[in-house]
Design a protein around this ligand. Sequence first.
Ligand code: SF4
Ligand code: FES
Length: 215
Amino acid sequence: MNRRIRSYEAEQLIVEYDPKRCIHAEECVHGLPDVFDAGRRPWIDPSRAATADLVRTIERCPTGALHYRRRDGKEEQAPASNTVRIDADGPLYVTGRLRITLPGGEIIDETRAALCRCGHSKDKPFCDNSHVEVGFADAATIGDNRLKAPEDGEAGALEISLAHNGPLLVRGPFEIHSPEGATVRGASGALCRCGASATKPFCDGTHKSIGFEAD
Ligand code: SF4
Ligand code: FES
């Protein structure tokens, strides 16, 4: 994967920042304005906060643009369940034990990601804020559930891969949440990433008729 990850060192941890995955949700700026200051260079100075506060704030970054490496070896714990939160007019925010297959085949373990569902990101599968530029509009309601039902007590990672010129393929137990509070559960299925399905967030095959192209 050809990503330019920037590192910012403090005594007890290293902050890692992937600028391509930052869509300026600003959880960091609001959480610790002394540390994350877009008007300063470097814009991240982790020496200005206690480790626990840094960890808490970084784990709130919804896109996974921010991560940390603690020098004591403690790692971020994934939430107990996997969740896909649909953002109105925006991406899918996914949290949990995630295994994401990138274009080219590399698999990364993640706990947080914002995934493109408008079809226009130049950094698929991640959101790069293109939905704003193209005026993507979707109320984020949940269409007829097309997911395979989970087994009782089914647990584990959520595997996310990409169908060539097609949807996000998801496998593993998870819940989808809409902004209005609706929830559906599933264990595998296909989520629209072309932006044109009539049953969003599920794929209904429309990507074929609109000639959607993506790795
Ligand atoms: S919280 Fe994450 S996505 Fe939001 S501005 Fe900070 S680094 Fe960017
Ligand atoms: S990816 Fe959008 S309809 Fe299939």
